[in-house]
Ligand binder design. Structure first.
Ligand code: 0O2
Length: 218
């Protein structure tokens, strides 16, 4: 198939736009990760305690972006992708305890450079699947040579137990292409309840340990 000169220019332009957008999302991930590192150092310095166990980040795959646009009834264009897909840049922050999640979310909310667009609290309101996690959709200013570009990032903040459940559930979900047999969905929901119970027990155990330590210091 022969590609006409005009088409070649269009393809070149599209490739440039795609690379430019991906550059912004990658930069936004770097900015947020740096801020999280500083926050974590400050927590360690002030409280001798770090609420962050580990951080993972990813750029959404083109296939997953297209699926989301289609699911929400949008045409597959770069404009729609930037406007309507808010989790192209995603950062997952994993904490030990549920209380750490809210402490961290508060600190993130106070960062002057970040604007919090919206929050989805799937800990207070778990999804039907049993999914629990705290989602913050934020906007980060990226300074380029052409000016500042506000760029969206989704932060998923969860405990180790929530992350374990979600990672496994995600794999199963994809294996069955979203159509898992009822008994598997029910077992997953029951595991989610066990995970929630475990989180509660570990939190109260940690509080009891801290109380003993405080008493010993007095
Ligand atoms: P992937 O592969 O992680 O990218 P919004 O993002 O707010 O515009 P949406 O997509 O309805 O709208 O948001 P929602 O439901 O909060 O989901 C966003 C992300 O949270 C998902 O991204 C998953 O990463 C995670 N998530 C949500 N529900 C579940 C669930 O039931 N199980 C698991 N394991 N993860 C979940 P993607 O695009 O689905 O996938």
């Amino acid at each position: 198939m022969n590609i006409m000169a005009g088409q070649k220019d269009e393809i070149r332009e599209n490739v440039y736009d795609w690379q430019n957008i991906m550059f912004l999302y990658n930069s936004a991930i770097k900015e947020v990760r740096t801020k999280l590192d500083i926050m974590s150092d400050e927590f360690q310095f002030i409280y001798q305690y770090n609420p962050i166990e580990y951080i993972k980040s990813r750029i959404k795959t083109p296939e997953s972006i297209v699926n989301k646009l289609k699911r929400d009834g949008y045409e597959t264009t770069m404009k729609n992708m930037v406007e309507h897909v808010s989790d192209i840049a995603g950062i997952r922050v994993v904490c030990s305890f549920t209380s750490d999640i809210y402490r961290l979310a508060e600190a993130i909310g106070k960062q002057e450079e970040f604007s919090v667009l919206y929050i989805k609290d799937y800990i207070k309101h778990p999804k039907e699947s049993g999914y629990r996690s705290y989602h913050m959709h934020i906007q980060v200013p990226i300074q380029t040579t052409k000016g500042v570009v506000p760029t969206k990032v989704e932060l998923q903040i969860r405990t180790i137990a929530m992350d374990f459940w979600a990672s496994l559930e995600h794999k199963i979900y994809y294996k069955f292409e979203g159509d898992a047999p009822d008994y598997i969905s029910e077992d997953l929901q029951s595991c989610a309840r066990i995970v929630a119970n475990l989180d509660e027990k570990m939190l109260s155990l940690n509080e009891a340990i801290m109380e003993v330590e405080a008493r010993q210091r007095r």
